[in-house]
Design a protein around this ligand. Structure first.
Ligand code: CA
Ligand code: CA
Length: 121
């Protein structure tokens, strides 16, 4: 049962190729490459920034931001929020009700605008 890694990667290359080949003519033009890289770059940057911000808050790296962690970062950023405020912010996005913010909930927190804390620029 030797599986050839080449088959898998050919598939992957074709998928990537299809993504680049916007008009489906089987060729990738320079402008198609530029467009695709631009799209890719924007998506990756946004996701990476969010992950960086999440890691900043998640001090013990357990994949969850607790009210205490949120409070500590707010203090670090010089924002005057009480632990109670942080708990309230978490409650607003806490979908599974565990009292902490996971990455999915964090994304919501950041995209909801409003009182989303700024990331360290
Ligand atoms: Ca944590
Ligand atoms: Ca939660």
């Amino acid at each position: 049962m030797a599986s050839s890694p080449i088959n898998g990667s050919t598939d992957e290359i074709r998928q990537i190729f299809d993504k680049f080949d916007k008009n489906g003519d089987g060729k990738i033009s320079c402008s198609e490459v530029v467009d695709s890289l631009k799209e890719l770059g924007t998506a990756v940057t946004a996701a990476e920034e969010l992950k960086d911000a999440f890691d900043l808050y998640d001090m013990d790296k357990n994949g969850l931001i607790s009210a205490g962690e949120l409070h500590a970062v707010m203090k670090m950023l010089g924002l005057k929020s009480s632990l109670g405020d942080c708990k309230k912010m978490i409650r607003q996005v806490d979908q599974d009700g565990d009292g902490s913010v996971n990455f999915e909930e964090f994304k919501k927190m950041m995209s909801s605008g409003g009182r989303a804390p700024p990331s360290a620029a």
